[in-house]
Design a protein around this ligand. Structure first.
Ligand code: ZN
Length: 67
């Protein structure tokens, strides 16, 4: 159950310490999600330029980012 909780809680940004926000946008008819914060790093080097199709995946990747 721990994993489910983690997939819904965004950890603070390791770079600016700010609280990140989940962003979503549409490309065609598909929705994409990513996480970004004030220092404007969007998923850092893990970026796929398009984001994730699932909110939970975007949050998970953000939370597992290496500093
Ligand atoms: Zn930041």
């Amino acid at each position: 159950m721990t994993e489910e909780v983690n997939a819904k809680v965004l950890l603070p940004c390791p770079f600016c310490g700010d609280k990140p926000e989940l962003v979503e946008w549409e490309v065609g008819q598909r929705k994409y999600y990513a996480v970004r914060c004030r220092c404007d790093v969007m998923m850092g080097e893990l970026s796929t330029a398009q984001g994730w199709a699932k909110k939970e995946d975007a949050i998970k990747v953000w939370n597992q980012r290496e500093v």
